[in-house]
Design a protein around this ligand. Structure first.
Ligand code: TYM
Length: 332
């Protein structure tokens, strides 16, 4: 079966509704037809310089949210990036195949480094996409389910993989395809519906999966809406309403058209009140499941040990192949 690899950074106590709708639900759906590997990208999270104890805690919490969201440890391999040393080993090889200019053009790097200044920006932030390319290439992943914001990182991964094949021979690396589901690939900030809902936004426009559902209901009800009064999907002219319809549709399975018909002649307020209920009905059992998983950290750690063992088996094969192709002398 074709292989899938994806991951999220355990940078916060909670994932966002954007992570859930844009990525996690796709991960779950793909488990049936692919060989799926999902990781906690803790090495990537080091780029935000977290407090050590918090990083550890958040790595487990992220796993609990994967499980609560429906990732099934019997069908998917779940592991922590740093438990598989091959990631950083391959990243070095790939960094020697990545142009400085090419890496400098990554928009996430440009945005983040512009905010942090040259001295505040680490080399790790710069090479972040190279480590991500290593995550993917290491498992010969054919498909990588992510949100729209990761598209450029997938493009550089493809370029690096193609470069390996042309320099060192076909079959050195599998060139991965992004799996980006257009309708849900970008969930927007509730207060600023032209910007991505993000973990780093400090305002009230983000829904955190582990926040008190009452807080989330309030955020939905005070979401920014648009001029006019019709409840129709129109990304251009009605970004606020369109975002609410997208979230509603993703959480209930109802189509956008069905929702438009249901809310014809009604007011924005009606939509928001109903969506607030939908969000609470989603978050409440989700959080109960997360609490359940977190109540047994030893069980989680065991699951991660199994996942890492399985991931390492696959990773070591690819790493040996690449080491050999680039001309490193095998250790006897
Ligand atoms: P991260 O942790 O920022 O986000 C995790 C996933 O959630 C998606 N996402 C969204 N989708 C829709 N709407 C939003 N508002 C939204 N916000 C986030 C992201 O696109 C992502 O799929 N670099 C990655 C982590 C990573 C990775 C990898 C991913 C490390 N190695 C290898 C794939 C393959 C990241 O920072 O994701």
């Amino acid at each position: 079966r074709p292989r899938i690899l994806s991951g999220m950074q355990p940078t916060d106590d909670s994932l966002t509704l954007g992570n859930y709708i844009g990525a996690l639900t796709q991960w779950v759906a793909l488990q049936d037809s692919y060989d799926t590997l999902y990781m906690m990208a803790d090495l990537h999270a080091l780029t935000v310089n977290p407090e050590p104890a918090k990083l550890r805690e958040r790595t487990r919490r992220t796993l609990a949210q994967y499980l609560a969201g429906g990732v099934d440890p019997d069908r998917s391999t779940l592991f922590v990036q740093s438990h598989v040393p091959e990631h950083t080993e391959l990243a070095w090889i790939l960094s020697c195949q990545t142009g400085f200019g090419e890496a400098s053009r990554m928009t996430q790097f440009k945005d983040k480094s512009a905010k942090q200044g040259t001295d505040g920006t680490t080399v790790g932030l710069f090479t972040y996409p190279v480590l991500m390319a290593a995550d993917i290439i290491l498992y010969d992943a054919a498909l990588v389910p992510v949100g729209e914001d990761q598209r450029q990182h997938l493009e550089i991964t493809r370029d690096i993989a193609e470069r390996l094949n042309s320099r060192f021979g076909e079959g050195t690396a599998v060139v991965p395809e992004p799996h980006i589901v257009k309708a849900v690939a970008k969930i927007y900030d509730l207060q600023e519906p032209t910007a991505k809902m993000s973990k780093s936004a400090t305002g009230k426009g983000t829904i955190w999966l582990l926040d008190d559902p009452k807080v989330s209901a309030k955020r939905i009800k005070s979401a920014v809406t648009d001029a006019g009064s019709d409840i129709v999907f129109d990304r251009e002219n009605k970004p606020g309403v369109s975002n609410l319809l997208t979230i509603y549709s993703a959480l209930t399975g109802q189509t956008i058209e069905a929702l438009e018909a249901e809310y014809a002649g009604k007011q924005y307020g009606n939509l928001k009140v109903d969506l607030a209920d939908v969000v609470v009905d989603f978050l409440t059992p989700f959080q109960a499941k997360v609490d359940h998983y977190l109540s047994d950290p030893a069980e989680l750690d065991q699951l991660l040990a199994r996942g890492a063992a399985k991931a390492r088996e696959l990773a070591s094969v690819t790493l040996s192949r690449v080491y050999d192709r680039v001309g490193l002398l095998p250790a006897v």
